[in-house]
Design a protein around this ligand. Sequence first.
Ligand SMILES: Cc1ncc(COP(=O)(O)O)c(C=O)c1O
Length: 392
Amino acid sequence: MPDDLLRYRSEFPILEKTTYLISNSLGAMPRGVYDSLREYADLWTTRGVRAWEEKWWMLAAEVGDAIGVLMNAPPGSVSTHQNVTLCQAIVASCFDFSGRRNKVVYDDLNFPSVMYFWEAQRSRGARVHMVKTDDGIHVPTERLLDAIDEETLLVPVSHVIFRSAYLQDANAIIEKAHRVGALVVLDTFQSLGTVPVDVQALGAHFATGGVLKWLCGGPGVGYLYVRPDLGTKLEPKLTGWMAHQEPFAFETGPTRYTSPPYRFMNGTPHVPALYATQPGLKIIHEVGVERIREKSKRQTARLIAMADARGWRVNTPRDPERRGGTVSIDMPNSQEVCGELLKRDILVDWRPRAGVRFSPHFYNKDEELESAIAAVEHILSGMRASVASRES
Ligand SMILES: Cc1ncc(COP(=O)(O)O)c(C=O)c1O
């Protein structure tokens, strides 16, 4: 069957020169980014400081809305920031950890940067409870649900686990949190753009993520969704003049919070990154996450089948409904194999306790998966031959 999504390949120059299987880390750059950044420079050159009122001040909210559409977030509920760690810090700054409800529950497959942040909140009174995995691929949902209790304040968990691509049962986690009065911070970095996300259907309290992976939006833009009823009440202490009702009044004294999404912002925004991010978002909107997901399930299944046929260990769920867009394969000498693949312009990465991560996106051909796996076989047979010659 012809693959209709391959017509987007011409939008991504790097696909001409490499086998690009690393969208779990950095999505390919759309060629439209050149024009977008030129537009930014032209506006700065021609309009100077007037660019703020004509475009730049509003851009953080505009880009937030464009990201929001992808997760069915209502307009005005998504603010943009530099990264996920900062987004979660803004959430944390809305709460006080000195009371009885001060428990923060997550699992040890959470993204480390986020865990470093939450661990550091112990000094503010947070009681961090980390639920452990047995197999390095997933944490049993029941185990996580059992840890979420009446003393739990926040549950910052990944929707899709970065190491294994395990798709957590966000419904069950949010439902349990809701029952006991806890709030979930769903990190959709590894899901949005490759797995359908609907924050309203989920009833998510908060969602965070970034655009540089599956949304092909480049580094420098993280997003924070706050459920609208919470958004009008919460008062982030990590704040600044963008969150003020009248930033240009330059008042002294305590802030007067404005409405979301600016309520959750702080200082001067990351304008160039907000420009660079737009062409990728436009393409993802046009392609549609449903079509991306359909292709992703098929291509990840193909990768798993090829690894199985060669007897390599797969550290990714086999059930397509519980799997995101990556397949982690721990073949022998996987770290060295990864280095060799990179030398051959087959772009993948390696993570401890995961192996080599292969992440096809809508722009990848099936033949690229086959040639990447054939290259691994070739590298391994070269390694075996050199060991044999040393031993003889
Ligand atoms: C699930 C997840 N969360 C967060 C991050 C990165 O966090 P930050 O944007 O703070 O660098 C990653 C990056 O690889 C990730 O996979």
